[in-house]
Ligand binder design. Structure first.
Ligand code: FES
Ligand code: FES
Length: 213
């Protein structure tokens, strides 16, 4: 797009995303989001600049939403579908608070456009429980008091769920590495790691490098 100027100092990522064309937005998001997979837009034949109707499959249910092309998946979930367990913190792919599963794979939903999630199975923290029965990882978080303010907790639960799906019995080091994309400002890591250990049938322990060692 030869007429487009690069973003200047003081221009936020959000305003940048809303003022450039969709192809540039998609390229930027793709480059920045290690977790975000390539995706299809099967039933979309025309993009923007006006909002368009899309259907997102969230926790097994179809949601018809009217979103503009720059709307991220996180925004579509929270603001359009009103499914607010997914949290917005950094809005730039660095904290993991907005983590969801896309076809079973962990992604940061602030780094993916809603249009690119069409045709995928999206699982948010609301989709972990079965009725009144919490997922075992949720039960384990509660038993180990693995939260304080709770703002990072939905993302950590989704990351833990993804980790245990890939590796049902991860080592302590694998747990730390697997959850390293999720930042907890309250410092609940020791209890989170213990919750994952117990959910995978292993004995909880103290982080030998942690504050409680
Ligand atoms: S809000 Fe998406 S990674 Fe921080
Ligand atoms: S519990 Fe507060 S940010 Fe993690």
């Amino acid at each position: 797009m030869p007429d487009q100027k690069p973003p200047q100092d003081g221009v936020t990522r959000r305003s940048f995303m809303r003022t450039v064309g969709l192809s540039a937005v998609a390229a930027t998001a793709q480059a920045q989001a290690e977790r975000a997979p390539s995706s299809s837009t099967e039933d979309i034949t025309q993009f923007g600049p006006d909002p368009a109707d899309i259907t997102l499959r969230i926790n097994g249910q179809a949601h018809r939403l009217r979103v503009d092309p720059a709307t991220t998946l996180m925004e579509a979930l929270r603001w359009h579908a009103r499914i607010t367990g997914t949290k917005e913190v950094c809005d730039r792919g660095s904290c993991g608070a907005c983590s969801v599963l896309l076809d079973g794979r962990l992604i940061t939903s602030c780094m993916m456009l809603a249009h690119d999630a069409v045709g995928k199975d999206i699982t948010t923290v609301e989709g972990l429980a079965r009725g009144d029965d919490l997922d075992p990882i949720q039960e384990s978080f509660i038993r180990h008091d693995a939260l304080q303010c709770g703002y990072c907790t939905p993302g950590l639960l989704m990351a833990s769920k993804a980790l245990l799906s890939e590796n049902p019995r991860p080592s302590f080091e694998q747990i730390k590495k697997g959850l390293s994309g999720n930042i907890c400002r309250c410092g609940t890591y020791t209890n989170v790691f213990n919750a994952v250990l117990e959910a995978s049938g292993q004995e909880p322990k103290r982080d030998p490098e942690g504050p409680d060692a």
